[in-house]
Design a protein. Structure first.
Length: 281
């Protein structure tokens, strides 16, 4: 998500709470807030002006998908529960008045807010995003874009995006685990096999049940199927035949299931201290 410098500066004011109607954050609270998004700052003597600190952090995140997560966080309705002035609806309106010039808007999604492009275009997934940007929110955002393509009738494009999501998640996991990077030649099956071993999901292990082995083997089948569908039916190659809506939905739903599983497994491995040897995380 890329916004103008003016928009970034205003967002910094909103985060700091220097605008009427926005929750006020002290210096230490601002440090804690931005540390959620990959920073490692410490609040200490010499801390800059709150507004300036927030603006600089927004500018550092500008142009990255994680900026959307920042905006979602500052529009968490729970921040207004104990306030006697202002409302999250008014805050969302201020954000919309600002970022509409950058081609974005915030919309209510259940109890919370999400960001979408005003143009309605779908951006292809970049497999080189920073590891700090791999999150459940990012996965959901990319799946939403896949589904938008389905609704627009761009079934081959949705399949391409679904395959790219799995590729991006796998590459990010390799980077986050700190293993020696191997040049990715576009072979999704080989990439997934490496990541599967990193996450202790190799079905050849003797310490897992037969039923789990079947499930793990099925994951490899999903990856192989996505790669095959992309080659034969997507917009990446001259396909042998055009995919239908149900083909695209199958690819997208399978990609979501697999991406969620890999992401949750990665978190579990890190929490339990089960990182592979050679990891520098």
């Amino acid at each position: 998500m890329k916004i103008a410098d003016y928009s970034a500066n205003k967002l910094g004011e909103y985060v700091a709470g220097d605008v009427v109607g926005w929750p006020y954050r002290k210096g230490a609270e601002l440090v804690d807030f931005f540390n959620q998004f990959g920073f490692r700052d410490v609040y200490a003597e010499g801390f800059p002006t709150r507004r300036v600190f927030a603006q600089e952090k927004i500018k550092q995140l500008n142009g990255k998908p994680i900026l959307k997560s920042v905006i979602r966080q500052i529009l968490d309705p729970r921040l207004w529960l104990d306030r006697f002035s202002g409302s999250v609806e008014e805050a969302a309106e201020k954000v919309n008045d600002l970022i509409k010039f950058d081609g974005y808007e915030v919309v209510r999604d259940g109890n919370f807010y999400k960001i979408r492009e005003l143009s309605g275009s779908v951006i292809e997934i970049d497999a080189s995003f920073d590891t700090s940007e791999l999150s459940e929110l990012l996965i959901e955002e990319q799946i939403r874009k896949c589904r938008e393509k389905i609704e627009l009738g761009d079934y081959s494009g949705a399949i391409t995006n679904a395959r790219s999501l799995i590729e991006a998640v796998c590459i990010s996991i390799e980077i986050e685990f700190g293993v020696t990077q191997q040049e990715h030649d576009g072979d999704l099956n080989k990439l997934f096999t490496r990541v599967r071993k990193l996450l202790n999901l190799d079905p050849s292990r003797k310490d897992i049940s037969d039923s789990l082995k079947q499930v793990l083997s099925g994951l490899a089948g999903i990856v192989s199927g996505l790669a095959c569908m992309r080659n034969k039916m997507s917009d990446a190659h001259a396909g042998s035949y055009k995919p239908s809506r149900h083909h695209a939905k199958l690819a997208v739903n399978a990609a979501k299931t697999l991406a969620d599983f890999l992401f949750e497994t990665k978190n579990y491995q890190k929490e339990k201290g089960l990182l592979p040897s050679g990891s520098n995380s």
